[in-house]
Ligand binder design. Structure first.
Ligand SMILES: [Zn+2]
Length: 133
């Protein structure tokens, strides 16, 4: 092996192809899901125009929809970032601790940016890495 001062890993062509396809597939799924949900949310808003105050009082469902929309938006951003990281050879490396995220996790959620440990640390801390900032 040549000396490796660079933090970046070289991914094999097979690795890049596999996760590129997986990311694009996931992206398509999210885009079509998002369109369906957006239409549903708009339809609901239309029906409820006449009773907006009732609607607000009774909007737990709709808040859930909006929350899901926001989440999907974030997922799309994550997928785009993952595609960029795949190009840069950084894909599959935890952004917090630089360890390998691991194939099982990437196959389940190809836009993962953190290993399972760092992810759960962040979840306990409102999405912020307690070691940073
Ligand atoms: Zn990590």
């Amino acid at each position: 092996m040549t000396k490796n001062n660079d933090k970046k890993k070289k991914h094999s062509a097979a690795f890049r192809k596999k996760y590129y396809n997986l990311l694009m597939k996931t992206r398509e799924q999210f885009v079509s899901q998002m369109n369906v949900r957006r239409e549903e949310a708009l339809n609901t808003a239309d029906l409820d125009k006449s009773s907006i105050s009732n609607h607000i009082a009774d909007s737990a469902n709709n808040e859930m929809e909006l929350h899901l929309l926001t989440q999907d938006g974030n997922v799309l951003e994550l997928i785009d970032l993952a595609l960029k990281r795949l190009e840069d050879g950084e894909y599959g490396t935890c952004m917090d601790c630089s360890c390998d995220i691991g194939d099982p996790r990437l196959e389940f959620r190809p836009y993962s940016m953190y290993c399972i440990q760092c992810k759960s640390i962040r979840e306990k801390n409102n999405g912020i890495n307690p070691n940073v900032g």
